[in-house]
Design a protein around this ligand. Structure first.
Ligand code: PAF
Length: 329
């Protein structure tokens, strides 16, 4: 081939390389990990976050989702976000108090009256102050989504009063507030990362676990647990978090798109929870679960049995903060 013939060929190769490289350089990939399947409240939050942020950034942000603990347990994924090797997570407050201990106040049993109360506290000064605390731990928390109120499931017997908890081996999150509560109720709390839980329930190495309806339904816990007690013992917020590395790499418009996307994700999670609270009970009953619904008196008996635990919570988080949350309208 003559020299003159080779010039256009080389130019074409260069032009092609430029065309392929240009859009990739303009786009920022956001790898987003979460513990549950795409058909869960986490999946709903992730889809809305991705869709809104991609649209508002005119495609400059491109999400890639890793559902179902594909990148490890919640603690590991938050650590990856801290290191900047993962851009984003949706994760339960139960895990987050290992990173921002102050978040543990939201895990105190029977602190929130209902979803409305919990949402207004998290959207108000207390919740927003908690989000701000993540910055000093090398994390940027953008919004509070949620899981709903946690309930107890087990494979041994119906639980309708605190005494029924005695000796039950209950998987808890790796969370000191939850562990204290289950110990105080006389159960044997077994902290365990979520990816191991279904196997442990199947093998019978634990008797039960506790999670909201959103998880009980989406993770199909009726296949491995016979009894459900609607304890509603702990409200479970979940945060939408990105790495400081990603955040600092974005211009103002990119940050705005990411933050607005996170707020849309949080709303989608709440909408999912509203829906599963309405319909989930019928689904799990149809799947064979025996359900114990607690009246106000029975709930109060659990609260009473937790007396010594409340003393510990008070000394850890302060009476003033706990009261300001409990008394919020
Ligand atoms: O129980 C847990 O570990 C959490 O609630 C879960 C299911 C991983 C969702 O954050």
């Amino acid at each position: 081939m003559s020299f003159l013939k080779r010039i256009p060929a080389a130019a074409a190769i260069l032009a092609a390389a430029f065309c392929v490289a240009a859009p990739a350089a303009a786009q920022t990939e956001v790898k987003l990990a979460y513990a549950l399947a795409t058909n869960s409240h986490y999946g709903a939050g992730a889809a809305a976050w991705a869709e809104t942020a991609e649209k508002l950034s005119n495609g400059k942000l491109k999400f890639k989702q890793f559902p179902s603990s594909a990148l490890g347990g919640e603690r590991e994924t938050v650590e990856s976000v801290q290191l900047g090797t993962l851009e984003a997570v949706i994760v339960s407050s139960g895990t987050l108090s290992n990173f921002v201990p102050e978040v543990g106040v939201t895990d105190i049993p029977f602190l929130f009256r209902d979803l409305k109360h919990a949402r207004s506290v998290l959207d108000g000064p207390v919740g927003q102050d908690l989000l701000a605390k993540f910055r000093s731990r090398n994390l940027v928390a953008l919004a509070w989504g949620e899981q709903g109120f946690r309930h107890l499931t087990n494979s041994r017997h119906p639980v309708s009063k605190p005494d029924d908890m005695k000796g039950l081996k209950i998987r808890t999150m790796e969370n000191p507030v939850h562990i204290t509560a289950f110990k105080t109720l006389g159960a044997a709390p077994t902290p365990m990362a979520w990816p191991e839980v279904i196997g442990a329930l199947q093998q019978g190495t634990i008797d039960g676990q506790e999670n909201p309806m959103s998880v009980i339904v989406s993770a199909k816990l009726a296949q491995v647990q016979k009894y459900l007690t609607l304890t509603g013992h702990v409200y479970s917020p979940a945060a939408l978090i990105v790495s400081t590395k990603l955040w600092n790499s974005l211009d103002d418009a990119g940050k705005k798109a990411l933050a607005e996307g996170a707020r849309a994700g949080a709303q989608a999670m709440r909408a999912y929870v509203d829906e599963v609270e309405r319909k989930g009970l019928a689904d799990v009953k149809a799947a064979g679960m025996q359900v114990v619904e607690l009246d106000d008196r029975s709930k109060a008996s659990f609260q009473q049995a937790l007396g010594p635990a409340y003393k510990q919570y008070e000394s850890r988080y302060g009476r003033a903060l706990i009261d300001s949350i409990a008394n919020a309208k």
